[in-house]
Design a protein around this ligand. Structure first.
Ligand code: FES
Ligand SMILES: [Fe+2]
Length: 330
């Protein structure tokens, strides 16, 4: 069983997370890469270790190679590497052969995917393109690298019982009423309701989103194993699609971040964008906090109701990348 599911596609970033000509470090499968967007919007990616003396290219800067494209410049001795990994050595005016092998990226709309150089074993989910078509992009938040393995991260995200523990301080969720789980192999849907305790006026004022929350939170999660969990929320003001993304940086480090999309049904909705992002950020902080307070590999001797999402994760992990007989619907 692979602990990092080599052959699955991973969403490394949304293009809005990269400023033009600003190098940024991304980790995948234990290797660091430098990602940068040139003025034409092309996304480039090279291994982050400079082939001269190993400096982190992501700590350097970008230099225009022509009007639109750019190279990344090493912060140590200022060698500039173009998107193919070629450089021009001082005293020479000829490009070298590639000194670095670019990481293969698949850019769809604003979504930057990669198989990390492995042979694809499953297709890239199309759901994000569909969301981008129907919804307006609100923003990204909570880009966090958590010291935990991929499986622990996914178990947490598909654990429908942790709302009233891990996230209790935020929503005052009193219980989770599980409704339905639809197992569709590497895709699934979960529906549940969460009645919340009343919040005081001062709580509402410090967290205005609470004003828009109904007494019972209705959750619909759409899951695309292993990289995406999409939370669809509805209120009278509009609809949000909160997309949680996972990236296995190494065996022991897993990255997560959130992309937020919305459909406004009321002018007030648009002014709430920042609040939605802040709320998602708190949710991710709470999840990261609990993940760092778990003894990994503790034998599970107690099983609660509604752990079907975790059963789904474990089964998919074990089966990956074989075809799956869906048998967990209920
Ligand atoms: S280490 Fe990068 S140019 Fe020397
Ligand atoms: Fe959570």
């Amino acid at each position: 069983m692979s602990q990092m599911l080599q052959g699955a596609p991973w969403l490394l970033a949304h293009t809005s997370m990269l400023s033009a000509n600003q190098p940024r470090k991304i980790s995948l499968y234990g290797t660091d890469y430098v990602l940068w967007k040139d003025s034409a919007g092309n996304i480039n990616s090279l291994p982050n270790a400079c082939p001269h003396m190993g400096a982190m290219l992501s700590e350097g800067w970008c230099e225009k190679t022509d009007r639109q494209t750019s190279a990344v410049v090493c912060p140590f001795h200022a060698l500039a590497f173009d998107r193919d990994g070629c450089t021009v050595l001082p005293g020479s005016n000829k490009k070298t052969l590639p000194q670095l092998t670019p990481l293969e990226l698949i850019v769809q709309n604003d979504f930057i995917w990669s198989y990390g150089g492995y042979e694809p074993k499953m297709p890239i989910p199309t759901i994000l393109n569909e969301i981008a078509e129907q919804y307006t992009f609100i923003g990204h938040t909570a880009d966090t690298s958590v010291t935990t393995d991929l499986l622990s991260m996914l178990l947490n995200m598909h654990d429908y019982n942790h709302q009233n523990g891990t996230h209790r301080p935020l929503f005052r969720i009193e219980e989770v009423q599980f409704e339905q789980f639809i197992d569709d192999g590497y895709r699934s849907h979960a529906f549940y309701n969460m009645p919340t305790a009343a919040t005081s006026l001062s709580e509402k004022l410090t967290n205005p989103i609470l004003l828009t929350l109904p007494k019972v939170l209705t959750a619909h999660l759409e899951n695309h194993f292993p990289s995406l969990v999409i939370f669809y929320g509805q209120s009278v003001l509009g609809k949000v699609a909160q997309i949680h993304i996972f990236v296995p940086e190494s065996e022991t480090q897993t990255r997560t971040y959130v992309l937020m999309y919305g459909i406004s049904k009321h002018p007030l909705f648009n002014s709430l964008g920042k609040q939605f992002l802040n709320l998602a950020k708190v949710v991710v902080e709470q999840d990261s906090a609990i993940l760092s307070k778990i003894y990994p590999h503790t034998p599970q001797r107690i099983k609660l109701n509604n752990e079907v999402g975790m059963d789904w994760v474990r089964r998919n992990f074990e089966q990956f990348p074989e075809a799956i007989e869906p048998n967990l619907s209920r």
